[in-house]
Ligand binder design. Structure first.
Ligand code: TIU
Length: 228
């Protein structure tokens, strides 16, 4: 059991009941020519999350903690992509359109892959999800139940979209969700800041917010740590 410093208050975690969940660190969101760029975003804004995610991943691997990577994307025939999601933006840049990294947000295409800096290794779980939340129409709930996981250390992109949706879904399912602030990022820095504030406000209405330094210190020492 460790005590992790967090907002609105420290949280005790049984590491054997905890998983690191890395949300959608895919080329489609972080590299030029993918889905994020097709929506008009500056994808370079997400790169700040890479190094903190690498640090968390290394610490989790060193401890043998369960690691789960998620990927947002759709089947090539778009049968899992509702028209309400597809029919937005410029027709030539929609989900399924051909871009420089293959068809945008389609499973199996180069752009759908996790960035090389955070490539999964053998034994880590990859959850393919058609929605913003990692629980919706995926096996994540079953995996967590089977592994007897109670706590989710959540990082990835984007803070206010897929990280938030997953944390809201997880919170409703009874998981303690701790968002790792510097290991998340948004195309909108203000949304990132406010999204984090929304998680920990009202006594931690959706969960807790910590940072990668606090998590790594807690994981490596298994002692109480304080956030800077
Ligand atoms: N557009 C945006 O901010 N995010 C997404 O569409 N998906 C994820 O957050 N992964």
């Amino acid at each position: 059991m460790i005590s992790l410093s967090a907002h609105p208050e420290a949280i005790d975690l049984d590491l054997s009941r905890s998983a690191l969940v890395i949300i959608d660190m895919q080329r489609d969101f972080l590299e030029p020519g993918g889905f994020g760029a097709s929506l008009g975003n500056d994808v370079s804004l997400l790169r700040s999350a890479i190094a903190p995610c690498q640090t968390l991943l290394a610490a989790a691997r060193a401890l043998g903690m369960l690691v789960i990577h998620t990927r947002e994307g759709h089947l090539p025939d778009l049968s899992d992509a509702p028209p309400a999601k597809v029919m937005r933006g410029k027709p030539e840049l929609r989900i399924g359109s051909l871009g420089p990294m293959g068809r945008i947000l389609i499973r199996g295409e180069p752009g759908h892959g996790i960035i090389p800096e955070l490539a999964p290794i053998k034994g880590e779980i990859i959850i393919d999800k058609p929605g913003k939340g990692a629980f919706y129409r995926t096996e994540l709930g079953d995996v967590l139940k089977e592994q007897r996981i109670e706590n989710l250390l959540v990082c990835g992109v984007t803070t206010e979209v897929c990280v938030h949706t997953t944390v809201r879904e997880g919170n409703d399912r009874g998981y303690r969700c701790i968002v790792i602030s510097d290991a998340c990022a948004s195309y909108f820095p203000e949304f990132h800041r406010v999204a984090l504030a929304m998680v920990s406000a009202q006594g931690g209405i959706f969960g807790w917010v910590s940072d990668s330094a606090a998590v790594v210190a807690a994981l490596s020492s298994e002692h109480s740590v304080s956030m800077s």
